[in-house]
Design a protein around this ligand. Structure first.
Ligand SMILES: Nc1ncnc2c1ncn2[C@@H]1O[C@H](COP(=O)(O)OP(=O)(O)OP(=O)(O)O)[C@@H](O)[C@H]1O
Ligand SMILES: [Mg+2]
Length: 249
């Protein structure tokens, strides 16, 4: 169980960006977080990750019964929290497979040889329609948008988290890649039925495949509406206006 209660967070300069966010994700649930540009979605993801860029000024984050609000990113990862955008940067000179080895060792204390890991990821690379040579490329160096996303799902499959936060899951994906990534997420879920997921997305397309249990709309650092997948349909049809405080609804 992953629980965010009345979370307020500010930038290092002291500007409050999140003004009280509540979110409860039960094991096995998929939640979608939607909202206009600048509403605080990535900030929320970064705060859930424990980014030192932000300060939690009020509220708490609980994970499997522990208050993790003050935990470092590393400790959160070890506990089974996965943030797909955790490594968005190019890591010079570290290949995909070596990065995974280090991450697996940090997360689970399992030290596999490159050969063993190669065998372990082959099936997943095939399921995600990734070329085997991809494992030997340098992390994110020259990766296309679709390759980055597939690599994130590969990491999620191998690291076996209990809770995953996926920011901009569908950005930069073409129609086929969207399907592959959505199917990849579905496959990881079928292997790990207790995995909880929060996916941040701008479009209904991904949700059509993922079928979230709950859709949250974040505006100006607050969840202003919650509902089922139909909420994403309403959003697509009418935009954010009706959800704005003082809007037409
Ligand atoms: N470190 C920071 N310092 C100052 N302001 C910040 C910082 N991080 C985010 N902000 C501001 O907080 C607001 C929310 O940003 P955030 O990136 O969370 O939005 P978002 O919902 O992810 O938007 P998008 O849909 O464009 O990705 C924006 O106005 C942004 O400029
Ligand atoms: Mg964002």
């Amino acid at each position: 169980m992953f629980e965010v209660r009345d979370l307020h967070a500010s930038s290092a300069e002291g500007v409050e960006i999140l003004h009280g966010v509540d979110l409860v994700v039960l094991p096995g649930e998929v939640h979608a977080l939607m909202g206009p540009n600048g509403s605080g979605k990535s900030t929320l993801a970064a705060v859930l990750l424990g980014s030192p860029e932000y300060v939690v000024t009020k509220g708490a984050i609980r994970f499997k019964g522990d208050d993790i609000t003050d935990w470092s990113t590393d400790v959160r990862g070890k506990a089974g929290l996965f943030l797909a955008f955790q490594y968005p940067l190019e890591v010079a000179g570290v290949s995909v497979i070596n990065f995974l080895r280090q991450a697996l060792s940090a997360r689970k204390g399992i030290d596999l040889s490159v050969l063993e890991l190669r065998l372990a990821i082959m099936g997943w690379m095939d399921r995600l329609d990734m070329d085997p040579s991809f494992a030997d490329r340098y992390l994110n160096e020259g990766f296309s948008g679709g390759e980055k996303k597939r690599n994130e799902i590969l990491q999620m499959a191998i690291l076996e988290p209990e809770m995953a936060i996926l920011d901009e899951t569908d950005s930069g994906l073409d129609i086929d890649a969207l399907r592959i990534v959505a199917d990849g997420i579905a496959e990881v879920r079928s292997d790990r039925p207790d995995l909880g997921i929060v996916t941040i997305t701008h479009y209904r397309r991904l949700l059509h495949y993922l079928r979230p249990d709950v859709v949250h709309i974040l505006m100006d650092g607050r969840v202003v509406e919650r509902g089922g997948p139909d909420l994403a349909e309403r959003l697509e049809a009418g935009g954010f206006d009706e959800f704005r405080p003082g809007g037409s609804a």
